[in-house]
Design a binder for this molecule. Structure first.
Ligand code: SAM
Length: 219
């Protein structure tokens, strides 16, 4: 397991049924079953080749009837709605598309990009978000954990950057936005930029500066 997977798994709740959608290797389901975090698990992947890795890793659990493999798109093809869905390592738009067909009671999501779209979707659908922050494993990742009910209320900034990053910023988040600020300043120093690109980069830099100023001033 990588550090990224360990962080994600530390947020898995103890449930009856877990669905690991886009499971690929299946390491996180193996962790959940080994640590008693679920009684039953579904490993699901749209790619038969990816799913076969999980089937191999979880051969014993499948033979014992504690794990079931499903080759399907998202949550389609599962014989029951899971208590918790884990979707990690996929784009945010794909996560939204999958959850548009139904949001399980609990979710642990790690979008690779467009985390803002995932947050906006969850909030529009009345979800309660209990953890929402950036962590690092050499690269930066967003993690969003919550319940299908709970009606969290976010500001626009919280949707864009992640609520916990603003309320209680992690080192990973601060390093991420400070790096983006440095990259933007370097890009803005280039004389070859078009006016439109310069304006867009400046706008983003001001936005990030507002965030870091607010954090430094204890938002
Ligand atoms: C980068 S891997 C992530 C594997 C694992 N979840 C992780 O975080 O390490 C993404 C996996 O999602 C699968 N996938 C992509 N879109 C999917 C969908 N709509 N439904 C099910 N699986 C999907 C891919 O086939 C691939 O195996």
């Amino acid at each position: 397991m990588t550090e990224r997977m360990r962080v994600i798994c530390s947020h898995l709740p103890a449930v009856g049924t877990l669905a690991d959608v886009g499971c690929d290797h299946g390491y996180m389901t193996k962790y959940a079953l080994d640590h008693g975090l679920c009684e039953r698990a579904y490993v699901s992947d749209v790619s038969a080749e990816s799913l076969s890795k999980a089937e191999k890793l979880l051969e014993r659990e499948i033979a014992d009837g504690r794990c079931f493999s499903v080759c399907a798109d998202g949550l389609e093809g599962l014989p029951e709605p899971p208590d918790c869905v884990l979707i990690a390592g996929m784009g945010g738009e794909e996560i939204v598309r999958i959850l548009s067909r139904g949001i399980p009671q609990q979710f642990v999501l790690q979008p690779m990009k467009n985390a803002d779209k995932v947050r906006a979707f969850l909030l529009r659908n009345g979800c309660g978000i209990v953890a929402d922050y950036t962590f690092s494993d050499g690269k930066w990742y967003d993690l969003i954990v919550g319940f299908a009910s709970g009606d969290s209320v976010y500001s626009d900034w919280e949707i864009a950057f992640g609520r916990d990053n603003l309320k209680n910023p992690t080192d990973a988040f601060l390093r991420k936005i400070r790096k983006e600020q440095r990259d933007l300043r370097n890009a803005l120093a280039s004389p070859a930029l078009s006016v439109e690109n310069r304006d867009a980069l400046r706008k983003r830099l001001y936005e990030l500066e507002e965030i870091t100023d607010a954090i430094d001033g204890d938002l």
